[in-house]
Design a protein around this ligand. Sequence first.
Ligand code: CA
Ligand code: CA
Length: 102
Amino acid sequence: MKNKLKLSMITLGILLLSSCVSTSNITDEANTLLEQGDQNKDGALSFDETWLLLKNDTEDKELAKKKGITHKELVRQNFEKTDKNKDGKISKYELISSLKDD
Ligand SMILES: [Ca+2]
Ligand SMILES: [Ca+2]
């Protein structure tokens, strides 16, 4: 029993530690988002691709409702914020820097 407790403390420690290594997690998250969303495999997310990725996000839906705008408008606003160089696509670099800002 004591050993089991010790083990779970170690597991907890590892979990806490890995959540601190945020840069590699962010890169992983960006890669996952790109893999899921990048339909035409050009390595970046267009607005349509972003919308497909986020249109079922219930948290954003609620937030949009509170702001009195449609969910799509909210995604558009976030998209334009994330698309720093305004080329109409979110590159992996832009995705990572926006995930870092969160
Ligand atoms: Ca794409
Ligand atoms: Ca861009």
